[in-house]
Design a protein. Structure first.
Length: 279
């Protein structure tokens, strides 16, 4: 038949699987121009090439098949323009989301690279830390089971966004517990938010300021000794504890089964009487 193509030929010419063409026929989106009643073979004409190209184009843009079918039924220019504008808005939103994810990857990669090559360990240092955005739940926590439950609540507050948050999670020890050396009782659990993240209704922040900090290989099990070391450092330099302490496990079992690489940081906000450089 002149200018007629069997479904197999149509599939090869347009790089569309045969099963897809059959499905398009079934739902009425793209039907063959002729069906041989004896054999059941489907045939298409060259006049249908452009229609299939439009379907492929709109599908590539992400339009659902029902919307494509609606446009082909109406062939209305304004409707087509509206479809393109709507899909552009969806695409722009997706781009922003992917940029955020890329930013989170970069931040996490940078942090882990620094953590793997950290050379200032078990030495208290004083440093200025800018304000940090967080989402937190103020709830007493004293076991891993409890903080996992609280962390699940936090992720629900962030609309269930799967986290690149391993290592972005932190805990606080209240000023009262810190001064009374109850280092195994957390007062809150938080997740650090990247600057690019849209703040949720529950967003809070950690104050900027001077912090006495210490990094050590290991997890919370051995943290009390480093809390003691930091407090001694603070006292010996005439600083004053100025709020709840912060503890972050940067590398743990979820990242490495080599416990020698596990890394935790403790930060205690301090008031410094003398002027201290922020560099």
């Amino acid at each position: 038949m002149k200018n007629m193509y069997a479904i197999g030929d149509m599939s090869k010419i347009h790089n569309v699987p045969i099963r897809t063409l059959r499905y398009y026929d079934k739902i009425g989106l793209f039907k063959p121009i002729f069906v041989d009643q004896g054999t059941g073979y489907r045939y298409y004409s060259t006049e249908q090439f452009e229609q299939l190209n439009i379907i492929k184009y709109l599908k590539f843009l992400g339009l659902p098949l029902k919307q494509i079918q609606k446009h082909l039924a109406s062939r209305d220019a304004q409707h087509f323009l509206d479809l393109l504008k709507k899909q552009r808005a969806i695409t722009e939103k997706t781009i922003l989301e992917l940029q955020l994810i890329c930013s989170q990857f970069s931040s996490r990669i940078d942090e882990i690279e620094k953590a793997l090559h950290a050379d200032v360990l078990e030495q208290p240092i004083l440093r200025y830390i800018p304000r940090r955005n967080i989402v937190s739940i103020d709830e007493p926590v004293s076991s891993e089971a409890e903080w996992e439950l609280v962390l699940s609540k936090l992720q629900r507050q962030l609309s269930g966004i799967p986290s690149l948050f391993i290592g972005k999670v932190g805990f606080t020890v209240s000023l009262n517990n810190l001064l009374n050396k109850k280092f195994d009782e957390y007062s809150s659990v938080f997740i650090l938010q990247d600057e690019a993240m849209i703040a949720s209704e529950s967003a809070k922040y950690l104050d900027r300021g001077m912090y006495a900090c210490i990094f050590f290989r290991g997890n919370h099990d051995i943290a009390p000794a480093y809390y003691e070391q930091l407090l001694q450092f603070i006292n010996s330099h005439g600083y004053e504890v100025n709020g709840d302490s912060i503890e972050r496990i940067i590398i743990d079992d979820y990242i490495s089964n080599n416990k020698e690489l596990h890394l935790t940081e403790i930060q205690i906000p301090v008031y410094v009487h003398d002027t201290v450089s922020k560099d």
